[in-house]
Write a protein that binds this ligand. Structure first.
Ligand code: ADP
Length: 358
């Protein structure tokens, strides 16, 4: 996966390089710096002594010694002084220089702690935003697997407004699903027609499982859905029709839609947080069976609406479910036309879900 966020101890990762949030002496300290020196053994400090320190926002490389990684990239983040002292620019610079150092050493994988977010006091939500944004910008131009390691979930802060909104959305969808299941035994009247597109068929079936009062609401929802379909159809008749062609494989549908959207392959797999190798595999294997996370990642990259996402998932044998938290969170973002896979993955991480991408 080109970019992922995980919870854990950076000293245990088997990657080409780990980044150390060091101080400018490079002679060891507390926090992640102390943990890295303890795990690497005394030879790391010996090499660090030869480096003559490091300025804030810059980076220097040593070997990894007893660590499972080849290199340690030592960088110095800024101390937080309230935000008006170039803190953000210096933090960006620390990430950028570390990534460039990793590239120079031909690293294919690198892991970062949340630089400056410990003793140096940088507000954690802002530190996270800077980390993700700098890494994202770098990955537009470079192929590398970058992992952001959160030592403890307690130190992870998704924007609190967004967190609350997603929580409410998830709760509402789960409650709706429970209600539908509860009403499942209630009579099923007329069957949905064969010509109905799948999402509408589902809505219809749900409606028939609901008590009378709720059915009226569902009837209105179906009418709205129809209007919405008409709007979609009027914008892109051809795409909507072809999406409903169930004979097409996932791989064929993906490649067709990339062409139709006028995207470059690289643009698509990067927006999907999918690495180039996996994309080549999908490209060359018409019967490729992707994971659900991969399909959702491409749905996001292609900016499909919910109906299109449902059809796309179906081609790979999956469906969106309101009892699945990942699905509901992805639905939340698609519903709002927010197709930023980094933001979606931050939210999935905050809710303990698997991330989208490879
Ligand atoms: P700084 O001085 O740059 O703030 P710290 O080491 O105090 O550096 O903290 C940076 C981040 O590293 C904090 O978010 C802290 O929770 C985290 N951290 C501490 N130990 C580890 C570890 N072993 N693995 C990953 N992250 C760690």
């Amino acid at each position: 996966m080109p970019f992922r966020i995980i919870e854990g101890d950076i000293t245990r990762l088997t990657v080409d390089a780990i980044v150390n949030a060091a101080n400018s002496s490079l002679l060891g300290g507390g926090g992640v710096d102390g943990a890295i020196h303890r795990a690497a053994g005394p030879r790391l400090l010996e090499e660090c002594r030869t480096l003559n320190g490091c300025r804030t926002g810059e980076a220097k490389v040593t070997r990894g010694y007893d660590l499972p990684c080849k290199y340690v990239i030592h960088t110095v983040g800024p101390i937080w002084h309230g935000g008006g002292h170039q803190e953000e620019a210096l933090l960006r610079s620390a990430y950028r220089h570390s990534l460039e150092a990793a590239k120079e050493k031909c690293c294919e994988s690198v892991a970062f702690p949340l630089i400056s977010a410990g003793v140096y006091g940088y507000p954690k939500d802002q530190a996270l935003a800077v980390a993700v944004d700098t890494i994202r910008t770098f990955l537009v131009e470079h192929e590398m697997d970058v992992t952001l390691v959160i030592f403890s979930k307690d130190s992870f802060r998704l924007d609190s407004g967004l967190y609350a909104e997603i929580s409410n959305y998830v709760e509402a969808r789960v409650a709706e699903d429970l209600e539908i299941n509860f009403c499942a035994s209630i009579s099923q009247e007329s069957a949905p027609s064969e010509e109905m597109p799948a999402p509408k068929r589902r809505l219809f079936a749900r409606k028939n499982r609901m008590p009378q009062a709720n059915r009226e609401v569902a009837t209105m929802a179906m009418a709205a859905e129809e209007m919405c379909d008409r709007a979609i159809d009027s914008k892109d008749d051809d795409l909507a029709l072809r999406l409903r062609n169930l004979d097409e494989s996932f791989s064929q549908a993906l490649l067709r839609m990339i062409d139709e959207k006028g995207m470059k392959d690289s643009e698509c797999y990067k927006h999907a947080n999918i690495d180039r190798k996996l994309f080549s595999k999908i490209r060359s294997d018409v019967n490729y069976r992707p994971s659900k996370q991969t399909v959702l990642a491409f749905a996001v990259a292609l900016e499909l609406n919910l109906a299109e996402t449902e059809e796309f998932l179906r081609k790979a044998g999956y469906a969106l479910s309101h009892s699945n938290k990942t699905d509901v969170i992805v639905e939340y973002f698609i519903d709002r036309g927010n197709y930023d896979i980094y933001t979606i993955n931050e939210a999935l991480f905050a809710f303990d879900q698997k991330l989208l991408g490879t």
